[in-house]
Design a protein around this ligand. Structure first.
Ligand code: FES
Ligand code: FES
Length: 154
């Protein structure tokens, strides 16, 4: 059996005894019990599984876990807490931007990646950043408004 891998997730080192080719998504959910990151298409096409890797939003379903060793991974579970939510999380709750909510962890982590390198994006830049995050409930307008609210407050 291969030796356990050590990943830095949400600011802590975590170990997982997995095949190094295992997609990060499954390691997060199955081995580390971080269920905020959602499985969708498993083909890199829907954005439900998005996490931050060194501040950049990436799809965890098509990322073999061995490629993230040494990187700082942040999932929706680590972006904020119920007591101290991330400004994006507060804005999404305030504007009730979720309907079923399934796409929202991927959308918020994608938006967090956008704001990391562009703290004051235009509506067009927000739309462009979320172009490949699918929302079957169609709450795009509220999602965009929630991101703008978080931008206004930061
Ligand atoms: S589950 Fe990863 S992009 Fe759809
Ligand atoms: S809120 Fe349901 S898929 Fe986006």
């Amino acid at each position: 059996l291969a030796p356990p891998l050590t990943l830095n997730v949400n600011g802590a080192d975590r170990t997982a005894a997995v095949d190094p080719e295992t997609p990060l998504l499954y390691v997060l959910r199955h081995d580390l019990a971080l269920l905020g990151t959602k499985p969708g298409c498993s083909r890199g096409q829907c954005g439900a599984c998005t996490v931050l890797m060194d501040g950049k939003s990436e799809r965890s379903c098509i990322t073999p876990v061995h490629t993230v060793l040494g990187k700082q991974i942040v999932t929706i579970d680590g972006l904020g807490t119920p007591e101290d939510p991330h400004p994006l999380q507060s804005a999404f709750i305030e504007l009730q931007a979720a309907q079923c909510g399934y796409c929202i962890p991927g959308i918020i982590t994608t938006a967090a990646g956008l704001l990391d390198h562009n703290p004051n994006p235009s509506r067009a830049e927000i739309v462009d950043a979320l172009q490949e995050n699918l929302c079957r409930c169609g709450t795009h307008t509220r999602i965009q408004e929630a991101i703008e609210l978080a931008v206004d407050r930061s």
